[in-house]
Write a protein that binds this ligand. Sequence first.
Ligand code: ZN
Length: 319
Amino acid sequence: MLVSVRFCLRGVMRNQPLMLGLLLLLAGLSPARPQDPGTLDEKQMPPLAHSDSPSTPAKELFARKTKPVPLAARSIGFYSHGCLAGAVALPIDGSTWQVMRLSRNRNWGHPQLIDFLERLAGQAKKIGWNGLLVGDLSQPRGGPMLSGHTSHQVGLDADIWLTPMPDRTLSREEREFMSAVNMVREDRRDIDPEVWTHERTELIRTAARDLDVERIFVNAAIKKALCREAGLDRDWLGKVRPWSGHDYHFHVRIFCPPDSPQCKPQPPPEPGDGCGHELDYWFSNAVLHPAPSLEPAKPGPPLTLAELPAACRAVLMAP
Ligand SMILES: [Zn+2]
């Protein structure tokens, strides 16, 4: 889907920032915000009055499932249009990672995503990154979420903070309220040299080189820095694509796992490293300084259960 979006970006959409919101929806990426605080006052969600109504948004149904389906692991559907059976949780503490915003209960993924995160966390130390602070993966049964993302639905997407893990176990309160650091300079044309370091390039390079990783999304200013700092080893850069938001974290997407025949893959990125003029659009005035009179595109009506792959009904209804 991103292929057609990128085509649009190069052509007709170039001067139409109004369309950007729509494009984000099409690509299954709304700006995710790791800086948004969580809560220590977790309340059980009230039951839905009409949970079986065909117009009930699927996000209301999936948000109320606090446990995974104990079936074989399967990612079902597309990254922004599906669900997840047999999810496993990334443990909230590892020797080289900690999970943030525990109140969201979004540290669930396909086992292949959990394996990748544990692998990357282990490699991080070797490149001088103390450990990972991990943001949202998916809900226990995947599916659309009430806030923050349109993707992350099939247990194959993960947000990783561009702030390293500190040398201590964070308190419950810190995990809800600590903010990640914005890596983008105030004029949005490059990274902020006060906070950006080369270890961040090495961390993203290490993630992109992983054979399970299909795509990584970062802010265009961060992509610009990666292009500059990559040196002669540039093959991995093609997987790293600019997207709005993503100034505090990077988003890793892994390939459809072999055990998931109903998982719908994303078309491969265009060839090349995606540097140079390919980034121009993101630094155009129309994007950096959209006319205040332009209202962001309104999202369409929320997905219903009937609009998701049929197998998602069984995933949702399972005890
Ligand atoms: Zn994300």
